[in-house]
Ligand binder design. Sequence first.
Ligand SMILES: *[C@@H]1O[C@H](CO)[C@@H](O)[C@H](O)[C@H]1NC(C)=O
Ligand SMILES: *[C@@H]1O[C@H](CO)[C@@H](O)[C@H](O)[C@H]1NC(C)=O
Ligand SMILES: *[C@@H]1O[C@H](CO)[C@@H](O)[C@H](O)[C@H]1NC(C)=O
Length: 410
Amino acid sequence: MGSKYAFARATAVGTVTITFVLMLCLTSSFVLGKNAVPNHEHPTPSPDLYTWLDTLGATVHLVVGPVNEAGLRGTVATKDIASGELILQIPNSATIDVGDYSLPGAELAVHLFRRQLTDPKWNASFEPYWKSLPESGSLHSKEVFENPKHRELLQNEYLAAYAEVNANWTRDVFAGNASLEPGKMFPSLLAEKLSGADKVTFEEFKHAASLTATYSFVFPNKEGQYMRVMLPLFDLINHKGEGANSYVGKDSTTGSYHLIASKDIKEGEEVTHCYNWDNERNDYALINYFFFQTLDPPRLCALDLPDGNLDGGFTEPDDRYLPHEKGAIQELISQFEARLTTFPTTEEEDEKMLAKEGSKLDWISHRIIDFRRERKRVIRLTIERLREREKTAYSLLPPSTGADASKEEL
Ligand SMILES: *[C@@H]1O[C@H](CO)[C@@H](O)[C@H](O)[C@H]1NC(C)=O
Ligand SMILES: *[C@@H]1O[C@H](CO)[C@@H](O)[C@H](O)[C@H]1NC(C)=O
Ligand SMILES: *[C@@H]1O[C@H](CO)[C@@H](O)[C@H](O)[C@H]1NC(C)=O
């Protein structure tokens, strides 16, 4: 496990032009990206949000609402939009810089509370935005992964430890005994005698840490420093890797933020963009943003890839990482088979658990069990795929046709 810095790392790549900054859905092992994740359980925001944005000079060609049969929340276009056209524009005055992009959510939360408490008028003016965000208890991420029972359900020691370190960090920044930078711990707000700081509860603080980490985007400010920015409405757009139809950019002259169509979009069609490609790996997406996807073709968790790790960067399709040589394929098949036997429950047992006790489970447990079921399913499908590949794979060993051949080999 790396330092806290690595844990809080943002990913994906930004391309800077003179007047316009595009956040492209490319990845490298480092740099920046869109890190917001909509909370699918949260109801649609009240009309106040649109009115407030309109007053500030926003342009809005999408609306928040259900985007599938199951009632998943997302955003849909309110008119036909051609590729290259603007879908959404919000001025800088409707956005919030919450701190350096490399800081963990806890430090960003201190930043946010400082601003709110220092300028209550400003905070009050943002009420429509605060109301559009998920309420405490309906958001989950590594910053608040404090329940050992939930971590246990992950069925993976590394993921559980990663979650625990991050949750501990949030607790310690609040208590005032850990921080990447002095002055970033919560008690500094008490020392500054900011009115209302003493009323902030740990529950509120944790929620803010999770929000600032998961509902923020990374962009350079005027000084070229990469900052995490909270962007109303943008943060309610769902992630899609392949097939996303828009991208986010910043106009560096006006400081406003834009969502541009990367394809023709029909009225009523869902608008999606790629937060970053690392989210195509379900373990990464779950621990950082608490969502996962069922992809076709499926993708292994980052931790299940040969040499995989949670730091991301495993962004291309699995074939890029899976072997082609017969011996290596066979070895990987046996590793995957062994892995499937080490989980305390099987894919079928997880499925049964969700079907039988699903309604009794709290939503966090439900999603974690669903995640690990999907993880096992993908390993199983990958074994099947490797078996197919094995049939026609080349072999590095020369064909040993008899005793002479094997002697020669020695
Ligand atoms: C900011 O304003 C909201 C109301 O919109 C309020 O609920 C919240 O307590 C305020 N935050 C702080 C830290 O004062
Ligand atoms: C988290 O904090 C608890 C309580 O202080 C401690 O026992 C545990 O070792 C910490 N976990 C990690 C992974 O650092
Ligand atoms: C901070 O304090 C808590 C509670 O006293 C303790 O569990 C934790 O290990 C401390 N963290 C650090 C980094 O010292």
